[in-house]
Design a protein. Structure first.
Length: 277
C-alpha cells in the first residue's frame, strides 16, 4: 500500500470558544478547508456563546509551551499563529517556546500574531501586563501582525476613522517590530468597501473586498489570520498569503449565518463539495 504524502501543517496557539465561532475552532476549520493539517496549543478554555464570555480557565503556561514544543519537535510546523493568549505569563511562555522551536520573524517558520485583546462583545481577554507583554515580546517576533481597529487602538492609542488613519497606524505598528503589518478594516463601517492594508516598512499593499450587509461576522478576524497562516504554510509569500486570507474571509463573511441570539459565525461551508447521495 502506498502512503499518502503529508500535507502542510500549521499551528494555532489560541483559546477555545465553546460556541465554535472563533478561537482555535475557527482556526482549525480554516486550516482544514485550506488543505492544511492543524496543530494546536490551547491557551485557555472559555465559557461563551453569542451573548458573551461568561467564564474562562487559563491553561498553565508550562503546558502551553509544552504543547508547542511537542508538536514542533515531532510533526513539524510550516507556519504558526496566535489568538487569545490570556496572560503575560502565557505570552512569555509562548515567546520562549517559539524561539526554541524556530518559529518567528527571524527563523524559518513564519509567525502570525493576531493580537486578540477583547471578545466581540467587548469582554477584555487580558490585563495591562498582558498587553505590555504582547507589545514587547510578541510583536518583535511577528512575521505578520494582524490587528483589527480596536486592537490598533489598544496597541498604539490611535483611533482610526478612515483609510488615511489606517496608513498611519500601520507605520506606527511596524515600528514595534513585526516584519509586516496587516491592518484589518472590518470595523471601519463608514467605508462602503472593506479594504485591508498590508505594510512592510516601505510599501503599502491594499487588499480590497466587498463589505457585506450582515451582522454575522463572529470569527472573521481569526478566519482571515488563519487562512493567511495556511497560505504561508503552503509556501506562499507574505503578500500572496495576505491576498489568499482576504479571498477566504470575504467568502466566509458572504456565507455567514445566524446562530444563537446575537452575532452568528462566518462560514467555511462554502469550501465544501456538495454531497453526492
Amino acid at each position: 500500500m502506498t502512503e499518502n504524502p503529508s500535507p502542510p501543517s500549521a499551528l494555532t496557539i489560541a483559546g477555545s470558544d465553546s460556541g465554535g465561532a472563533a478561537g482555535l475552532q475557527a482556526d482549525l476549520r480554516t486550516f482544514l478547508t485550506c488543505g492544511v493539517h492543524g496543530l494546536v496549543a490551547v491557551t485557555a478554555v472559555t465559557v461563551q456563546n453569542t451573548l458573551g464570555v461568561h467564564d474562562r480557565a487559563d491553561i498553565p503556561p508550562h503546558v502551553v509551551a509544552g504543547q508547542i514544543e511537542a508538536v514542533a519537535s515531532d510533526m513539524g510546523v510550516g507556519a504558526a499563529k496566535t489568538g487569545m493568549l490570556a496572560s503575560a505569563q502565557i505570552i512569555h511562555a509562548v515567546a520562549t517556546a517559539c524561539d526554541n522551536a524556530g518559529i518567528g520573524r527571524d527563523y524559518d517558520v513564519p509567525f502570525v500574531v493576531d493580537p486578540v485583546a477583547a471578545s466581540m462583545t467587548g469582554h477584555p481577554l487580558f490585563d495591562a501586563d498582558g498587553l505590555s507583554a504582547l507589545r514587547e515580546e510578541l510583536l518583535p517576533r511577528a512575521t505578520v501582525l494582524t490587528p483589527n481597529l480596536d486592537e490598533v487602538r489598544l496597541l498604539t492609542g490611535l483611533t482610526v476613522t478612515d483609510r488615511e488613519g489606517m496608513h498611519t497606524a500601520a507605520v506606527v505598528l511596524h515600528r514595534l517590530g513585526p516584519r509586516y503589518v496587516l491592518v484589518k478594516s472590518g470595523h471601519l463601517v463608514s467605508d462602503p468597501e472593506c479594504v485591508d492594508l498590508l505594510f512592510d516598512g516601505s510599501t503599502f499593499v491594499e487588499l480590497p473586498g466587498p463589505r457585506f450587509n450582515t451582522p454575522h461576522t463572529h470569527g472573521a478576524g481569526d478566519t482571515m489570520a488563519s487562512a493567511l497562516t495556511a497560505g504561508l504554510a503552503k509556501g506562499m509569500s507574505v503578500v500572496e498569503a495576505a491576498r489568499y486570507g482576504k479571498w477566504f474571509v470575504s467568502h466566509a463573511v458572504e456565507h455567514s449565518y445566524p446562530m444563537g441570539a446575537k452575532v452568528g459565525p462566518v462560514s467555511a461551508f462554502w469550501r465544501l463539495a456538495p454531497e453526492d447521495r
